[in-house]
Design a protein around this ligand. Structure first.
Ligand SMILES: Cc1cc2nc3c(=O)[nH]c(=O)nc-3n(C[C@H](O)[C@H](O)[C@H](O)COP(=O)(O)OP(=O)(O)OC[C@H]3O[C@@H](n4cnc5c(N)ncnc54)[C@H](O)[C@@H]3O)c2cc1C
Length: 416
């Protein structure tokens, strides 16, 4: 970044704020395997060489970095750890470290992977038929088919279990299928992708099996009646588009219904699998902010000495590291439980609750520690400060995670 001369002889230095610090103060990730580390390093190289040099411009213009999406496919980083036949298996720890590293780079790019791999591809791999897996998995891993996941509705966010989008059985031109009607909001890739996994309530009126239950359907975005309008004016995750999707008598053949999606419990299985991933992503944002704060504190001179020479600054960095270390230990341990098949829903919720809260605190402190430079995109902290707000909300807000944990603690549901 070129330094700005203020007057001859008075030049603000160009701060180097992106060098990775490999912060892991308590050895939370000490038992990561060589394969996990190699996967993490692949993401880090991509972030350092390809994301950080360009992402501020995409963020500012609110444009999706399509070239980076293409590269993610080429580097096999779009799957978000979801298994695809014929491709390398990534452990849950490896996937977590990768999610952390991607978010350390940029929240929009990480969310593109989260939606494509974590939500859309996972829905098909987990709940789809062999034919659907054969048709979609490989092109989605390559990034040739970009997917979306449409659960939230304008009037049903936290209570998405009450969604009102309908699916009605119908035969059109001799083809058995479903007609979908409803609206979806906040759908990542919903206007810029190729297919959307739509969650809708079956209303065939015959009282048959599955009637009035939530089912999943793969809907091509160029289907007649499908309209995805990009939501503009966002101050967070500006380099990925979310859409307001309208489904107006959209017909899909029966073969597009996910056979494993027969009730909202199945939708929840997908969301449960991704919740810990959001916690890992929050750790990545926190790492980025902590690294930036440490680098700035050692390079910025005020009162004739670096900021880092002040006791209050050191205490502040210690507080950031303390929170970050707790977050790292938590995601690492929860991931070990997940690897052992023992992770519970409330535990995953506790991880998301703790980590997006922690990331928010660290981002806010880092932003402030950079002073006026902290509101400039080019100094890194501001983008993370804004992006972490979306993580705090999506895939279940902080309050909703608290209600899930609270129900587990007390045995009393406070949702109603
Ligand atoms: C950037 C972004 C990307 C997203 N991507 C997707 C996507 O790809 N696909 C998708 O389907 N959805 C997506 N979402 C939607 C997201 O999951 C919802 O925004 C989220 O679940 C919250 O719903 P809401 O925004 O309607 O808030 P609301 O549910 O209206 O909540 C508003 C506030 O009330 C609180 N609240 C709600 N109920 C209670 C209660 N019972 N007790 C106490 N407090 C309560 C909430 O915690 C929140 O603070 C995305 C959202 C964002 C912002």
């Amino acid at each position: 970044m070129p330094a700005t001369p203020i007057k001859p002889g008075v030049t603000e230095p160009a701060y180097d704020l992106t060098t990775p610090l490999d912060v892991d103060y308590a050895g939370a990730f000490a038992d990561a395997t060589d394969a996990d580390r190699a996967h993490q390093q692949r993401v880090r190289a991509f972030v350092q060489d390809e994301v950080l040099p360009v992402i501020d411009e995409y963020w500012e213009r609110a444009e999706v970095p399509l070239d980076l999406v293409k590269r993610l496919g080429e580097l096999d980083l779009l799957r978000d750890g979801v298994d695809v036949e014929g491709r390398e298996h990534v452990s849950l720890m490896g996937a977590g470290l990768a999610a952390m590293e991607m978010s350390r780079g940029d929240g929009s790019v990480a969310t593109i992977c989260g939606v494509q791999g974590g939500l859309a591809l996972r829905s098909i791999q987990m709940l789809g038929s062999d034919e659907q897996r054969a048709r979609y998995a490989e092109p989605m891993a390559r990034g040739e088919i970009i997917g979306a996941f449409a659960l939230t509705e304008p009037t049903h966010g936290s209570d998405s279990v009450s969604l009102e989008t309908t699916a009605r059985r119908e035969t059109r031109d001799g083809v058995e299928g479903y007609v979908l009607n409803g609206e979806k909001k906040w759908i990542g890739n919903g206007s810029s992708g190729h297919i959307t996994v739509v969650w809708a309530r079956l209303v065939d009126g015959e009282g048959g099996e599955g009637d009035n239950q939530v089912h999943g359907f793969v809907v091509p975005q160029d289907s007649p009646g499908y309209t995805g309008t990009t939501i503009t004016g966002k101050v967070s995750l500006r380099a990925i588009w979310q859409a307001h999707v309208v489904l107006d008598d959209v017909f899909v053949p029966a073969e597009n219904a996910l056979p494993g999606a027969r009730s909202f419990k199945d939708t929840s299985r997908v969301l449960f699998a991704t919740r810990l991933g959001v916690a890992w992503a929050a750790v990545g944002h926190a790492v980025a902010c902590y690294e930036t704060a440490v680098a700035y504190a050692t390079q910025r001179v005020q009162f004739g000495r670096p900021l880092a020479a002040n006791q209050m600054i050191q205490e502040r960095l210690t507080r950031m590291l303390s929170t970050l270390t707790q977050m790292q230990l938590l995601v690492a341990q929860m991931t070990r439980l997940d690897e052992a098949g023992e992770l519970t829903g409330p535990q995953a919720s506790l991880a998301k609750y703790t980590c997006t809260r922690g990331a928010r605190e660290i981002a806010s402190s880092a932003r402030d520690l950079l002073g006026g430079n902290g509101i400039l995109l080019r100094n890194r902290a501001a983008r993370h400060f804004a992006d972490v707000e979306a993580l705090h909300t999506y895939e279940g807000t902080e309050s909703v995670q608290a209600l899930i944990v609270g129900r587990d603690i007390t045995g009393v549901s406070a949702f109603a």
